[in-house]
Design a protein around this ligand. Structure first.
Ligand code: ZN
Length: 348
């Protein structure tokens, strides 16, 4: 695997693309953008990329060590924008090597410290819901699950717990050698998703805010309405630079704004397609039936997942469902239960 890095106005960045196939996620060839911010005598790292299986000895972790060993400043903070494994994979190894403090939002902390919590009920009940309520609208068959929390997969590929040293909330300031870096809470992709704002250079580190499809997990882990509000928050900040978790950096206010507006439009388009299908059908439509028309093009992170019985495009289905919940809240869509089957209709 060949990695690339580039100087940025704040330090350096490694662009983080997702692999084009599901297998890429598992063998370590998927990564997230990793960024370094240099202050006076101290540095901050934002995200840590994907952990790489031992048989791939030239993974992201080794590349990060190569770059970080050259730094003269101490590594003070490792900020994790959210709990997804492609952002947390090397955090423990880097924390131990450089003695840095790991920073995240309290809502994602339990998963960062114990990734296997996603296989347990407490990961849902901590948000005041039961697992049954979360999947109630998906019409799962007996013995079927959404397939997003398979313990064997998580244990083998995603279980890299790291102890969190600092919890941060919206507007908290992290001092990096005199630089004041502000935390911007940007939920939606997941509850504890944060961005980092460096007002000195006008740089906004936006994590996976611009990742499509978003959200990938069911409500309350994913939240389309919260995500929309997070986009609005970033537009208000008017960043000069936008440094994404999975894309190349934008180095002008116009470009940063265009990307934020593009994501806003993609989310609006998703809801428009849902409403188009619901308005056309005269009967209630299920989340599963909406998938092929609302997301006819499969993206790299929208592959069929084994549900224990068959396969479903669970990520797309969860995304569509969180949009449905917001449309219901707006009075544009209704949930209908017929013969024990949950469907959705347009109120228009
Ligand atoms: Zn990511």
């Amino acid at each position: 695997m060949i990695f690339f890095w580039a100087e940025t106005p704040d330090g350096w960045g490694i662009p983080g693309t997702h692999g084009p196939w599901a297998e890429d996620e598992l063998d370590g060839y998927v990564q997230s953008g990793v960024y370094l911010i240099r202050g006076q005598g101290e540095n901050m790292l934002i995200d840590t990329g994907n952990w790489t299986l031992p048989e791939y000895n030239n993974g992201m972790g080794n590349f990060l060590v190569e770059l970080l060993d050259k730094e003269k400043n101490d590594l003070k903070y490792i900020v994790i924008t959210h709990f997804h494994y492609d952002h947390t994979g090397n955090a423990k190894m880097l924390k131990e090597r450089y003695g840095a403090m790991v920073v995240c939002h309290p809502a994602d902390k339990p998963i960062i410290e114990d990734p296997l919590i996603v296989t347990r009920e407490e990961n849902i009940t901590r948000f005041g819901m039961t697992p049954e309520e979360v999947v109630a609208d998906f019409n799962l068959a007996e013995g079927e699950s959404l397939g997003l929390s398979d313990p064997s997969i998580i244990e083998k590929y995603w279980n890299f717990p790291v102890e969190v040293d600092v919890e941060v909330e919206n507007e908290d300031i992290l001092d990096v050698g005199g630089l004041k870096i502000e935390v911007v809470h940007l939920p939606g992709h997941c509850p504890g998703h944060i961005g980092l704002w460096n007002a000195h250079t006008g740089s906004l580190y936006s994590g996976d805010l611009l990742h499509y499809p978003t959200p990938l997990g069911p409500y309350p882990i994913g939240d389309a309405k919260a995500h929309w509000q997070s986009i609005q928050r970033c537009l208000e900040i008017k960043p000069q630079l936008l440094l994404e978790g999975h894309g190349l950096s934008a180095y002008s206010e116009a470009s940063s704004r265009r990307r934020l507006l593009h994501m806003e439009q993609q989310q609006k388009d998703t809801r428009d397609r849902i409403q188009f299908v619901l308005a056309r059908e005269k009967k209630p439509v299920t989340t599963q039936e909406l998938v092929p028309e609302v997301m006819p093009v499969k993206s790299d992170l929208d592959y069929p997942v084994s549900t224990g019985i068959g396969e479903r495009r669970c990520y797309a289905e969860c995304c569509i469902h969180t949009h449905l919940l917001w449309l219901i809240e707006q009075g544009k869509v209704e949930r209908v239960v017929e013969d024990g089957r949950v469907g959705f209709t347009s109120t228009a």
